[in-house]
Ligand binder design. Structure first.
Ligand code: ZN
Length: 160
């Protein structure tokens, strides 16, 4: 596995719609391993493939540091409630902003064996699922931010 270079706001790859994964290959397995390693190394709670320059519909999420989720071709199928809180992004380093998201989210996706799987969560996990799925459609949280972006110190916030 290897750490990949995280693309930052302003790079075109972050604005493009990612393509569905149709079959698991050794290259995609390697990409997923690299994405997990890159996310942990950057102290992130989620990472989407476009953030490492790959336009495939793959996200990794781990909001506790010991519960990794790998979602391929994820689709949000249910949401409820609302939460407003600070959000950050590994592609927008050093910044955070207030974003309103659903408080509960259920997603369906494929796992690494291309079998259908489900992930549901509330609070930070729900926020992370929404944030990462947005990346697959070329959207960044900064488009949804309420008020100004704020500066945060590098080690003080969770970033996606
Ligand atoms: Zn992000």
């Amino acid at each position: 596995m290897a750490i990949r270079n995280i693309r930052e706001l302003g790079e075109e790859v972050l604005t493009k719609k990612a393509r569905e994964v149709t079959e698991m290959t050794p290259r995609i397995r390697e990409l997923i391993g690299d994405m997990l390693e890159t996310m942990y190394e950057a102290n992130g709670v989620g990472l989407a493939a476009p953030q490492v320059g790959v336009l495939k519909r793959i996200v990794v999420i781990d909001v506790t540091g010991e519960d990794p989720h790998i979602l391929i071709n994820p689709r949000i199928v249910e949401t409820s409630g609302e939460q407003t809180g600070q959000e950050g992004c590994l592609s927008v380093p050093g910044k955070s902003g207030q974003v309103t998201r659903p408080n509960y989210v259920k997603a369906v996706a494929l796992d690494v064996n291309m079998k259908e799987t489900e992930l549901e969560g509330t609070e930070l996990l729900a926020r992370a699922i929404c944030h990462e799925v947005d990346h697959l459609d070329g959207h960044l949280y900064v488009e949804k931010v309420e008020g100004p972006l704020q500066d945060v110190s590098a080690d003080d916030d969770e970033e996606e």
